[in-house]
Design a protein around this ligand. Structure first.
Ligand code: SF4
Length: 208
């Protein structure tokens, strides 16, 4: 099923940055679900508001909760490594966020209620950033947009028809890759490398 975005007029990068700052300010005060009681900080985003690629993960972990920045722990460092190898700049090419903005206790998977409560922030971010490409990083991010049952191993690497004018691909979450060290042909790390190479090719085509 296709998802519709609110048509926010944010062509100018300064206006985008201002709109995101306002959304972040609201998010920092949010008490719409139980996770507000246990968070240290809300974790809104990292990277450039005018980035052509938006990467959406699952939820903040301990390092992210402490720093307020997504993907800074071990999984984030591994993600940086994969991005670099594919010729993608985390700082300039990506805007990074999570499906939900507060850390679930013991890093459990967010509940459906928590995801629904937090959805407006994510959809707001997509509407304002208007990326050319969205990377859904791991099953939780994919579940927000794909209704049918799926296995991330079957869906990853494919371009998905979810939004008009945005190319969407599911990729493995780096936390999964931390548990799978092999780089042999066909291994998850090998597939992640291939997927991000394809993303880079697509990005170059789009920006031509
Ligand atoms: S997870 Fe989202 S909805 Fe829940 S308190 Fe945090 S910002 Fe609000």
């Amino acid at each position: 099923m296709k998802h519709l975005l609110v048509d926010v007029n944010c062509a100018d990068n300064d206006i985008k940055a201002k709109a995101l700052k306002e959304l972040k300010n609201i998010c920092e005060q949010c008490r719409a679900c139980e996770l507000c009681k246990t968070r240290t900080s809300t974790v809104f985003s990292d990277g450039s508001p005018s980035a052509p690629i938006m990467l959406i993960g699952e939820a903040p972990g301990a390092d992210e909760d402490a720093s307020g920045i997504p993907f800074v722990g071990r999984a984030g460092q591994l993600l940086n490594q994969f991005l670099e190898e594919a010729g993608l700049s985390r700082k300039n090419d990506l805007y990074i966020c999570n499906t939900i903005k507060c850390r679930p206790p013991q890093n459990r998977v967010p509940t459906q209620e928590e995801k629904l409560a937090c959805q407006a922030y994510l959809m707001g971010q997509i509407s304002v950033v208007k990326p050319k490409i969205i990377l859904l990083c791991g099953s939780t991010a994919v579940q927000s947009f794909v209704e049918q049952d799926f296995k991330i191993s079957m869906l990853r690497g494919k371009w998905l028809n979810i939004f008009d004018n945005i190319e969407v691909m599911a990729i493995f979450h780096p936390s999964y890759l931390l548990r799978n060290h092999s780089t042999d042909t066909g291994s998850p790390r090998w597939l992640m490398k291939k997927d991000l190479q394809n993303v880079k090719v697509k990005l170059d085509e789009i920006l031509q």
